[in-house]
Design a protein around this ligand. Structure first.
Ligand SMILES: *Cc1c(COP(=O)(O)O)cnc(C)c1O
Length: 381
């Protein structure tokens, strides 16, 4: 293993780079999570958390990864044998579906090619009278494809269907325009280690009034994940278990940073970086996994290349940069460039330079105009 000077480039789509301010906030002394100081902190934090989800309603915070929040969304709203509509958009959608199956739900699974998001018309065609929930991964981190949630909501409304809309926003929340209330989402699932710029360890569910009503009659067994005891405790600024106190300090700081930059500016920054990345990939003459121009992810770009693993491993060894590996069906077929979270124009310029140098060193026949084309996008604002 070669030694490297300077900073490691962590360009995987989660965990993402954690800002120094957040790390410093996390390093504060751990205090009594049942004391008055922590209660005041929690009440302020839970209020500050709502805008990033685009909700005026409650957000439940778990000491868990995103996978835990998936489970929370299902067990809090559904009953055994309930019919759930899932879509094969990529690796994460497939994992979530598998979880739903193992919890005893009946799954209608719409197959997909891992190059498209959920088609709203097709979604409506697959609704059955007894479909209890529609599960959509907003930003498929494995493919770099984003589903159009407002159009999916519209299709549900046009069908006049009462199914709950459950949305995984793990790799879009805090980076991409997202509106839990306005888009009529019933449960939004998120995690700390992507757009929220924190280490892994927090899972979130934003909960609509309709989801809370469903919670009262939902029959799936649940204990730790149960919303009601948590919401009751949250009223007074506490939790029914020991919360991840220091990660919550970090969350308060990352929310402050997002607020300071302004969420619309944060979304625009991610859009520009994704556009510059695609411009580089096209100029190199390489392919992008996302096949629909309306569905490009703003946070991650999957580059199609038979030598993907070789290039990725070489870039790590030679230039000390981690890129995302191909997941599931895409193993060995793509590498993924993250442009997500704590990131700026020069981080992207460095990232794309590293990719271009790696491609050249590996002997992949590319046009080295890629980085220059991306810089034109970045400079052309
Ligand atoms: C990362 C990710 C998850 C999984 O979250 P964990 O924190 O690894 O459990 C779920 N969905 C999407 C879209 C993700 O990107």
């Amino acid at each position: 293993m070669a030694t490297h000077s300077g900073r490691h480039f962590l360009q995987i789509p989660g965990p993402t780079n954690v800002p120094d301010q957040v790390l410093r906030a996390i390093s504060a002394p751990t205090i009594d999570h049942r004391g008055p100081e922590f209660a005041a902190f929690t009440l302020d934090l839970l209020t500050a958390l709502r805008p990033v989800f685009g909700t005026a309603g409650p957000v439940v915070v778990y000491p868990a990864s995103g996978t835990g929040a998936w489970e929370a969304a299902l067990v809090n709203t559904l009953s055994p044998e309930d019919r759930v509509l899932c879509f094969e958009t990529g690796h994460f959608a497939a994992l979530w579906r598998k979880m739903a199956e193992s919890l005893g739900l009946r799954i209608d699974f719409v197959p997909g090619d891992w190059r498209h998001g959920v088609d709203p018309t097709q979604m409506a065609e697959h609704l059955r009278p007894d479909t209890a929930a529609v599960c959509v991964v907003h930003n498929e981190t494995s493919t770099g494809v984003a589903s159009r949630i407002p159009e999916i909501r519209q299709a549900l409304d046009q069908a006049g269907h009462p199914a709950l809309l459950l949305v995984d926003a793990v790799s879009s929340l805090g980076s991409v325009d997202f509106r839990h209330d306005e888009w009529g989402i019933d449960v939004t699932i998120a995690a700390s280690q992507k757009g929220l710029m924190l280490p892994p360890g927090l899972g979130f569910t934003a909960v609509s009034a309709k989801a809370l009503a469903a919670n009262r009659s939902a029959g799936l067994p649940r204990s730790f994940w149960d919303w009601q005891p948590i919401l009751d405790a949250n009223e007074g600024g506490s939790f029914p278990y020991t919360p991840a106190t220091n990660l919550l300090y970090g969350l308060r700081e990352s929310l402050r940073m997002l607020d300071e930059e302004g969420l619309p500016n944060v979304w625009e920054r991610h859009r520009r970086h994704a556009l510059a990345t695609r411009t580089a990939v096209h100029a190199w003459g390489l392919g992008i996994q996302c096949a629909d121009d309306r569905e490009h992810s703003a946070t991650v770009t999957a580059v199609v290349l038979p030598e993907a693993d070789k290039v990725r491993e070489l870039i790590l060894r030679e230039f000390d940069m981690s890129l995302g590996v191909g997941l599931g069906r895409l193993a060995g077929q793509v590498f993924r460039i993250e442009h997500l979270g704590h990131f700026n124009d020069l981080s992207l310029a460095g990232t794309l330079s590293g990719v271009q140098m790696g491609l050249r060193l590996c002997g992949v026949p590319i046009d080295p105009a890629g980085v220059a084309a991306a810089l034109e996008v970045l400079g052309g604002r």
